[in-house]
Design a protein around this ligand. Sequence first.
Ligand code: MCF
Ligand code: FE
Length: 411
Amino acid sequence: MQELEIIGARVVATCDASFRVIEHGGVAISKGQIIEVGSLARLKSVYARARVAFYKHGLLMPALTNAHIHFEFSSHKNTFTYGSFENWLTSVIQHRDLVFRHAQRHIRHALRVQMQSGVGSVGAISSYGLEREILAHSPLKVVFFNELLASAPLEQSFQDFQARYAQSLKHKSARFIPAIAIHAPYSAHKQLAQRVLEGIDKRTPVCAHFLESQAELEWLENQGGWFARFFQEVLGVAKPMPSYTGVLDFLNLFTNKHLLLVHALFARLEHLKHAQEIATQAHIITCPRSNRLLSGHLLDPTRLRPLDLPYALATDGKSSNLDVNLLEELRHALFALPGNLEDNALELLLACSARASQALGLNNGSLEAGKDADLAIFTCQKAHTPLEIALSLIQAKKARALYIQGRRVFP
Ligand code: MCF
Ligand code: FE
């Protein structure tokens, strides 16, 4: 007889396409996967031999997904400058090494924060590989984005990247997925970006920071502005020129790829449409607190709706945030993003569950038969609508339990 389990709660938010909410419901689990979702009474009668765990004052949801986090910067507190993207970037270049002290301890803490906040999957951006072993041995599902950072087309930079990528491939499993991030148009040279992306299949997500600042747009479109001065004065480049002929040229790197564009605050409609046309699938990742601290702007979800371009919510790293708690991010997003509150509540719940999971190409993020049994339980008295569920979540502050493939990993 195979191991069967039912996990139920007073409120079940499936986060499926119809956003079904079930009172006194649950999921039946076998071999780490959900085999049925429904009322507790039905599940108990169909799977009479199953072990049952019921959370009386609980909200059962898919485990959350934090689709963009820089674990390596977890020890950062107040070294970098906020209030302007340009000043932030200059401060990162000047003080980056400082923040890697005691990195391992802080990375472990950031990992605990993920689990405490009900996060079961992460999209981890890795510039140096400092967090690779810790993440590879954690219970979380990890899409591990080895980040290309090289503004000049040096062979040594390519070799260093390949070596890091090869290290991550050693840990490849159903739970740890090595992938590639192209840092940004101003910091990843076209020739190297093309070379590292060669042979990457159309199902593995590729990630890039994209049009996070007005300066980046100006650099790509007019080859001038703040970045020209930055390359000359800070990095000592004699005649700085972008390696891309424009925004679309940068996006063309991702033709036939599964593309995640992070931030996209200064992207125009034509850029977003182009991304959708050339990519096999395109997603936006938004990190509202990071955006507020760096450029001051926030993504306007109403601009994405007519395009049918999904977005995922993420914390970014402590390099540009006060913490990496996704429930805190949800709280700020709910209060700060422009648009109708109820529409935003529904989209934001999906943005840290089903849509974030789709962005990372994972088989979780909603409670449906055939999905991995990655579940989070939060305290909740009662909730029906997406807004009530979102409000319960942000008041809960911490998950009561986190299951991955049906196995409890927290507390
Ligand atoms: O998403 C934010 C802001 N935009 C760009 N980069 C980063 C962010 N948080 C951390 N970073 C890292 C990036 O991975 O900062 C460095 C890279 O290591 C900037 S380039 C020297
Ligand atoms: Fe980032």
